[in-house]
Write a protein that binds this ligand. Structure first.
Ligand SMILES: Nc1ncnc2c1ncn2[C@@H]1O[C@H](COP(=O)(O)OP(=O)(O)O)[C@@H](O)[C@H]1O
Ligand SMILES: [Mg+2]
Length: 384
């Protein structure tokens, strides 16, 4: 019931805008009814036992009085034994009832314990090797024969990927939604474990590396950057709470969110979330981008991190990236070509495969998928 209530309350805006309160209420009612009937059965059973136990006690007392009385009169047992028997019987009833209660409690707790144990015994899919080494610097990244399917999925999300990302370069990855762009990054970050020997950094299989060293050397801006219910400043300074306000402001400028923030009443101390301000999709995305940019890492990965910002803001961010990206390896992932056209190397993904690769000029000459997509997206812009 708690689970269901939580979900209904979380989605209350969607429910209201679709005007389906009645059916949502009915669905919640079904859950509550199911619990109610189970609880009623429990109460019925336990009251039956609670009534039955004293009844049994009373019956046994009557029986012992009758049988013991007759036996005493026939002198089979002494009067003393008879009195003792009836007294013992009364004494034993209380503990018997308690045993019943204990069994009840043990069974209920057993069910809860099982759920807790299920959770505690869950093992992580990605595990560090005991002899894992620390990644010192991120240089060349190579992917070889990388084929990957999500657990439980029948068709691979990535098929036979061969890639070489040279240190210090800016590499763009474009492709339709669902072409496998995010999957590639998830494997590089080992959110999912890549097959052995398929992804190497400086020639070392990333499965040999400690997770902490790998992830701390990568600044990753996810597609749907989650913001915490705290101040904007703490959200941006997430990787290091000690950084100065100046640094936070600098990152906010680079992510083109500074002008928005300074217009909020509490500026960088503005609270976000439940009891604070709600940011728009584009503002959320740029705040999350500032959080990634502030992290001093050798590899910067932006996974569709500009999908909710307009073209002008996007080009501003790209300008910042060229500044930040000096001496760093930068991976810009996007479904929009405008975000990657100036990259040193562009990889076009299609249905989990590398369809094309090259610079913008080379890919335009090739007149393949990239060029066709470019034309479509440019036309779209001109119609706006
Ligand atoms: N957690 C997951 N479990 C199963 N399949 C997934 C999961 N995440 C993504 N996929 C599938 O993998 C494919 C590639 O997805 P993704 O890498 O997110 O694409 P992109 O980032 O290019 O839009 C899609 O077909 C998607 O449905
Ligand atoms: Mg994606």
């Amino acid at each position: 019931m708690t689970e269901s209530a939580e979900e209904q309350l979380g989605g209350i805006r969607v429910t209201k805008t679709f005007a389906i309160e009645d059916s949502a209420r009915a669905r919640f009612g079904t859950t509550v009814d199911a619990i109610k009937s189970k609880q009623l059965r429990l109460v019925r059973l336990s009251s039956l036992f609670q009534a039955l136990l004293p009844l049994l006690g009373a019956i046994s007392l009557v029986v012992s009085l009758l049988v013991g009385g007759i036996m005493t009169m026939q002198n089979s047992i002494t009067l003393g034994s008879f009195v003792a028997l009836t007294l013992y019987l009364r004494i034993i009833m209380g503990p018997l009832q308690q045993i019943g209660n204990v069994i009840n409690t043990v069974q209920r707790s057993g069910a809860s314990l099982e759920r807790v144990n299920d959770l505690l015994s869950e093992v992580a899919d990605v595990r560090e090797l005991p002899e894992a080494t620390a990644l010192q610097t991120v240089q060349d990244i190579t992917m070889e024969n990388l084929t990957f399917s999500y657990p439980g999925s029948s068709s691979p999300a990535l098929k036979n990927i061969q890639l070489n990302i040279r240190a210090g370069r800016t590499v763009g990855i474009v492709g339709k939604t669902g072409s496998g762009k995010s999957t590639l990054v998830k494997l590089l970050l080992r959110t999912y474990e890549p097959p052995e020997g398929t992804i190497r950094i400086n020639g070392t299989d990333i499965r040999q590396l400690s997770l902490e060293s790998l992830r701390s050397r990568i600044a990753y801006v996810p597609q749907d950057g989650f913001l915490f219910s705290t101040t904007i400043r703490d959200n941006i300074a997430f990787s290091d709470r000690e950084v100065s306000l100046d640094t936070v402001e600098h990152s906010a400028r680079q992510a083109m969110i500074y002008d928005n923030i300074v217009r909020f009443p509490d500026r960088f101390d503005t609270l976000l979330g439940e009891r604070g301000l709600t940011l728009s999709g584009g503002q959320r995305q740029r705040t999350s981008l500032a959080r990634g940019l502030i992290k001093q890492a050798q590899l910067l990965i932006l996974d569709d991190s500009m999908s909710a910002v307009d073209a002008v803001t996007e080009s501003g961010i790209l300008r910042s990236l060229r500044e930040i990206g000096k001496g760093k390896t930068t991976l810009i992932i996007s479904h929009r070509i405008s975000a990657v056209r100036h990259a040193d190397d562009i990889i076009v993904l299609d249905e989990g495969r590398v369809a094309e690769q090259g610079t913008h000029a080379q890919l335009m000459v090739a007149k393949g998928l990239y060029a066709a997509t470019y034309r479509l997206q440019e036309e779209g812009l001109h119609h706006v």
